[in-house]
Design a protein around this ligand. Structure first.
Ligand code: GLU
Length: 371
């Protein structure tokens, strides 16, 4: 078991996922910041030479393509058009500066629902891992032109956690334009840096409510979500400032750098990761303390008798959150019946209603609260 009180050097030979945001790669006018791209290439090269096959998750497509639209993007479709233009610009830079020491570069465009469809998941996993075996550097971005939710800031943070899961990374590195996480917005003058934090620590909930940055960056909220997602795959995350090779060298030596997020011991399967992080829940079920115990310690399904309130309107099969009386997130799952039917069963024993016992079957639920 690793020491939970200090950052760990990533285990030798394991892949590392490096994520760089739009604001670190483009100038405010959207043009590609060539020296910044060269520095990223240097960092990726260093990781490979240090024995860690590295995957680069690079944002910047939308920012780099915005200038192609005379009036700037006016809606989601325009943003998707900008991404189509900008992605080729980014790749043309990467394919000039990344190949070195006999390594090639390959573009991988994914959507965050890749965890949801088993065949897609297996193909993405197979391709990424084979690229690493062949010493081909995957440069990953979200496939913005087909992403069904349109373009959302911060999706690349989540995507990088998914990629870390797909390649069974030893570490996820989220490079950003701050020095890591702070207990409060550092601009307020009150925040203190957080050098190390456990992924379930409640300070992260407070930190996560921070606002997004101006260009493409999803802000600290999406970094925290990504770090938690990686943690549920057993992968630690470092959130550190972009732009310097020394930062990457220090991370590889296991020296305190930015914020190190310590994972727990429990790992989720791809399907449960998707349940936990893949989609916005359509409603909330509040449950009593007895039901919390039954889910967290008893491995049970959620029964109507334990439900106290229902919020939202949803159909059978929808993803909902399950919360404790104190409002803590206990887990998420797919309901067996719609909100109207569940309302009529709240607090009732199934013998009273004669209907299928559970509201959420255990196999269709992920429990995120741990004893
Ligand atoms: N995929 C977007 C882009 O390349 C970035 C999304 C994000 O910043 O998370 O522009």
């Amino acid at each position: 078991m690793s020491d939970l009180n200090r950052p760990q050097a990533p285990p030798p030979g394991l892949p590392i996922v490096l994520k760089v945001g739009s604001s670190s790669l483009t100038h405010p006018d959207g043009s590609v910041n060539q020296p910044a791209i060269e520095r990223v290439a240097e960092q990726v090269d260093y990781l490979w030479k240090a024995g860690h096959p590295a995957v680069l998750v690079s944002s910047g497509a939308v920012a780099a393509g915005t200038a192609a639209l005379p009036k700037g993007p006016t809606d989601t479709t325009d943003l998707q058009v900008a991404a189509a233009v900008g992605q080729t610009r980014l790749m043309s830079y990467y394919s000039r500066v990344l190949p070195s020491s006999g390594r090639q570069v390959g573009q991988v465009l994914l959507t965050v629902d890749v965890l949801q469809t088993r065949a897609q998941y297996l193909h993405a996993r197979g391709t990424l891992n084979r690229m690493l075996e062949h010493s081909i550097v995957p440069v990953v971005n979200e496939n913005d032109t087909v992403a069904i939710h349109g373009w959302k800031m911060g999706d690349n943070d989540r995507l990088s956690a998914i990629v870390a899961h797909l390649v069974s990374a030893g570490l996820l590195v989220l490079l950003t334009d701050t020095d890591g996480l702070y207990t409060a917005d550092p601009r307020s003058g009150e925040g203190a840096p957080i050098p190390l934090v456990r992924h379930r620590d409640s300070i992260l909930d407070k930190v996560a409510s921070g606002a997004p940055g101006p260009v493409g960056s999803g802000g600290v909220g999406t970094k925290v979500k990504a770090a938690r997602m990686a943690a549920w795959s057993g992968i630690p995350t470092v959130i550190a400032p972009s732009g310097s090779l020394e930062v990457i060298e220090a991370i590889i030596r296991g020296e305190p750098t930015g914020t190190y997020v310590v994972p727990g011991r429990t790992k989720l399967s791809a399907w449960k990761l998707w349940l936990a992080f893949g989609e916005q829940p359509s409603g909330t079920l509040r449950i009593d303390q007895g039901a919390v115990r039954a889910l967290v310690s008893g491995g049970s399904s959620l029964l109507p008798v334990g439900i106290t309130h229902l919020e939202g309107e949803f159909a059978a099969g929808a993803l909902v959150e399950v919360r404790s009386p104190a409002g803590e997130l206990v887990g998420k799952g797919l309901v067996g019946s719609g909100s109207e039917e569940i309302k009529g069963r709240i607090g009732k024993r199934s013998t009273d209603t004669g209907q299928t016992a559970e509201v959420i079957h255990r196999d269709r639920m992920v429990v995120l609260l741990v004893d």
